[in-house]
Design a protein around this ligand. Structure first.
Ligand code: TMP
Length: 397
């Protein structure tokens, strides 16, 4: 049974950047209540009322994974690693976005499934066969029939977006070859709790996984985890290596070790999540206090990265353009628009943060290192970043 432990209030769809903010557009904006629950049977943390994916993954999907140097490098590394470790004649990526992972393979080695038609168009143009559809048993059957069974299925930051995990994993099981492997990675609930990064809860993150929860769920689709890695990506992610239950692949010791660690962290207990919820409320108060104090001194504050994560923060903490003048983001199709819910204008970062700005809230705190490097001039002249991770604070040079 899913037990609610967190209420992040009224939230918009994070990918719904507004083109204009006239009365009609604002009236049409869609909101829902973002609350999060813990299932004490399979230890899964998920949204209480997930949105219909058809509303989210449309042909106007804005996010482009290849926007950051960090992500390009991280996808290159995992592609190299997978090619070295597993022999795969035929691979598939589910949720290929703008091809940031695919481009590390030849067009014969890999195909893709991507529900956002605008993104599928990009990778089809690049020459990678991409089915513009949601990953499910139907498409898995179609692919196996048309091509072959898959030796490798990879998916990054996608599986946690899918409400129906049973259908997803059943589709994986039927598409994999006998000794095929399924590797997927998503933000890790263990890190989210440690980092107090509650902004990882938003409409697209229908679940936040632990090893304990995923082991339970995969079991029901005749799959098992044989290896696991904790990654720094997105402020803390987990990568699962999965094969068929009957496969001879041996389960590595680190799988058992991480399970023990998760039990010690209490990821199997509702009380852990209830305590987390109290810390989130404190973090909210502390962030609002800091922003108001800075504004009172007449300082100018912007935000860096029109991320989905920051939509949660702005809407939960009621932060609008009275506190944050504008947001900068390097993604061209976010620029000139307004953030969902709080309608803060989004601009290009140009050649760096404007010299008259004093503070920049880190919407993209997970790229702090990359952003610090880019914005060294801002820091050198006394500019400071603001973050809530792991606690509310400012960051100078
Ligand atoms: P993400 O955290 O969901 O991957 O989103 C990161 C966002 O931040 C994305 O819209 C691109 C933007 N961004 C910048 O504008 N400048 C940067 O230097 C970096 C690293 C990201």
């Amino acid at each position: 049974m899913k037990k609610k432990f967190l209420n992040l209030l009224k939230q918009p769809i994070t990918n719904s950047y507004l083109r204009k903010i006239d009365k009609k557009t604002i009236k049409k904006e869609f909101f829902y209540n973002l609350s999060v629950g813990f299932d004490d049977k399979n230890y899964l943390v998920s949204l209480i009322n997930p949105i219909n994916p058809k509303k989210q993954y449309t042909d106007k999907y804005a996010h482009r994974a290849s926007q950051s140097v960090t992500m390009n490098e991280s996808f290159k590394q995992i592609a190299l690693k997978l090619k070295k470790r597993f022999v795969s004649k035929f691979s598939l990526e589910s949720g290929s976005n703008d091809g940031v992972f695919l481009k590390n393979f030849t067009k014969k080695q890999i195909i893709a499934v991507e529900p956002c038609k605008n993104l599928a168009k990009i990778t089809n143009k690049m020459g990678y066969k991409t089915y513009g559809q949601f990953w499910n048993k139907k498409i898995a059957r179609k692919i196996v029939k048309k091509h072959f069974n898959l030796d490798l299925i990879f998916s990054a930051n996608t599986i946690s977006h899918i409400p129906n995990l049973k259908e997803t994993f059943d589709a994986v099981c039927l598409a994999l070859s006998k000794n095929g492997v399924f590797v997927f990675e998503d933000p890790y609930i263990g890190s989210v709790i440690k980092m107090n990064s509650y902004d990882q809860f938003y409409d697209e993150h229908v679940h936040l996984f632990s090893l304990l929860s995923i082991s339970e769920i995969l079991e029901k689709s005749n799959l098992k985890i044989f290896d696991v890695e904790l990654l720094p990506t997105h402020g803390g992610s987990i990568r699962f290596y999965v094969c068929k239950k009957l496969s001879k692949i041996k389960i590595k010791k680190n799988v058992f070790d991480l399970k023990k660690k998760e039990l010690l962290q209490g990821l199997n207990k509702l009380s852990t999540y209830k305590k987390f919820s109290i810390r989130i409320n404190k973090s909210k108060k502390s962030l609002i206090r800091l922003l108001k104090k800075i504004k009172k001194k007449g300082k100018r504050v912007i935000s860096y990265g029109a991320t989905y994560k920051s939509a949660t923060i702005f809407n939960y903490c009621n932060i609008d353009s009275n506190l944050i003048e504008y947001v900068v983001d390097s993604t061209k199709n976010k620029q000139g628009k307004f953030t969902p819910g709080k309608h803060i204008p989004i601009k290009s970062p140009g050649s760096g943060i404007d010299k008259n700005i004093d503070y920049a809230f880190l919407g993209a705190w997970n790229f702090l290192k990359e952003i610090k490097k880019k914005e060294i001039k801002f820091l050198k002249k006394g500019g400071k970043f603001i973050t809530h991770v792991p606690s509310v604070r400012t960051i100078g040079l």
